[in-house]
Design a protein around this ligand. Structure first.
Ligand code: PYC
Length: 409
């Protein structure tokens, strides 16, 4: 049977995950079936033997930020805590295809963050030094080196924003984000985790300062542990438990072009021009920008974005002027005051958070899931995420990552 025949007539392909009735009770309820929620459930089952775990989502698997990001993976952050954490995620991503038996298409093609002025060059040097101290490959390279890596880039001194150098991070790259979501979902399901799509959490029940369960669009569920792994709605879900999070939500728009022959190896980011560009293995160019300047829950694209994006991208690569943009969309970014995530316990016993990922969430999924699963199973916060607790905002221990944001916010 040919490929088409398989697609149309093959009757016996097993479903990748089951559809089951929602039970009245679980040991752990995870809210959000994106990469963070699915990874948390998967590692709970795989590393800690948990079996009574339900992942609930008001939409479908990977339908939020996990399917709307630009699939960039890197660990070239600014703080030692950030570098160590994201480096663990890169490590898990490297072996994820083998672990999940799902081709996630992780391509470590190298990641370039361009510097167009002295202050960003200084930040690049700072990041390179912190990265090296943490054992992560990163170095500042010259415009000529940039040109050698990306021949299509205009690095001449006559441009409006000349390239003065770049932070080069060879382990960085891109991945197929849907495959990551589906791979985790299938593997979690195989270990007994239940995934309930189209199941919205409407309220969180509490009793004397501790979580008791959730009320959903499909009925009540009791559980001693509820983990908020949502993006975009993280602060609204936390409010249901009476937990206030220091998060502001902004949309971030992205776009993709028609596919063309492979010409762009590395991921290219320009903070000053507010763009990043990569080429997928299918040949499409994927572009993203900075977040929209106003808080909103809108996930629609805008013409303003496309116009600005095109003008900024063409400053860098004038040769792609004739490429046609096929689709654009937006995802929601929950931004914290220090641009670092919030992971760990809250003042409500049993209510945990893995939220506040701003524009960095997808790349963090595996390490966040692994760490949150350990916290749920052992009751102890793993060292890797200790710095990212909610209490830091009340105790003045911020983890300032603004300098490592892909683009300005
Ligand atoms: O942090 O690498 C990043 C990123 C890319 C797009 C948005 N954020």
């Amino acid at each position: 049977m040919g490929l088409l025949g398989h697609g149309l007539f093959q009757q016996d392909w097993p479903r990748a995950w089951r559809t089951t009735e929602l039970k009245p009770q679980y040991d752990v309820v995870v809210i959000g079936a994106g990469v963070h929620g699915l990874a948390t459930a998967y590692y709970l089952a795989r590393n800690h033997g948990a079996r009574q775990v339900a992942v609930l989502d008001k939409g479908y698997i990977g339908g939020g930020g996990s399917g709307r990001n630009t699939a960039i993976i890197r660990s070239n952050y600014l703080t030692p805590e950030g570098v160590r954490f994201y480096d663990r995620s890169v490590g898990l991503y490297r072996s994820l295809a083998a672990e999940l038996n799902f081709n996630v298409m992780f391509a470590q093609r190298g990641h370039l963050t361009l510097a167009h002025n002295d202050s960003s060059l200084r930040t690049m040097r700072w990041r390179a030094e912190v990265n090296k101290l943490e054992g992560v490959q990163s170095e500042v390279i010259s415009p000529a080196d940039v040109k050698a890596l990306v021949p299509q880039m205009d690095v001449s001194s006559g441009t409006r924003y000349p390239v003065l150098g770049a932070l080069y991070h060879p382990p960085g790259g891109i991945i197929r984000h849907d495959a990551v979501n589906w791979g985790y979902a299938r593997a979690a399901d195989a270990l007994g985790v239940e995934i309930h799509q189209n199941t919205e959490v409407l309220a969180i029940s509490l009793d004397r300062g501790r979580v008791r369960g959730v009320n959903t669009s499909k009925g009540k569920v009791s559980a001693p542990v509820v983990v908020n792994c949502t993006a975009g709605w993280a602060s609204l879900v936390a409010e249901m438990a009476g937990v206030s999070l220091p998060i502001v939500t902004h949309p971030l728009q992205a776009a993709v072009t028609e596919p063309v022959k492979m010409f762009l190896q590395a991921v290219v980011v320009s903070g000053s021009l507010h763009v990043y560009v990569s080429q997928t293995d299918r040949g499409e160019l994927v572009f993203g920008a900075s977040t929209d300047p106003y808080p909103s829950y809108s996930m629609r694209g805008s013409l303003e974005f496309t116009e600005e994006l095109a003008s900024h991208v063409l400053e860098l690569m004038p040769g792609i002027a004739k490429l046609r943009v096929l689709r654009q969309w937006a995802g929601l970014c929950d931004i914290t005051p220090d641009f670092s995530p919030i992971m760990g316990v809250t003042e409500v016993e049993g209510f945990l958070v893995d939220v506040g990922w701003g524009t960095y969430g997808f790349k963090a999924g595996p390490a966040a899931g692994e760490s949150m699963a350990e916290l749920v199973a052992t009751g102890k916060t793993p060292e890797l995420i200790a710095a990212f607790d909610l209490a830091r905002f009340f105790e003045g221990r911020l983890v300032g990552e603004r300098g490592a944001a892909a683009v300005g916010h």
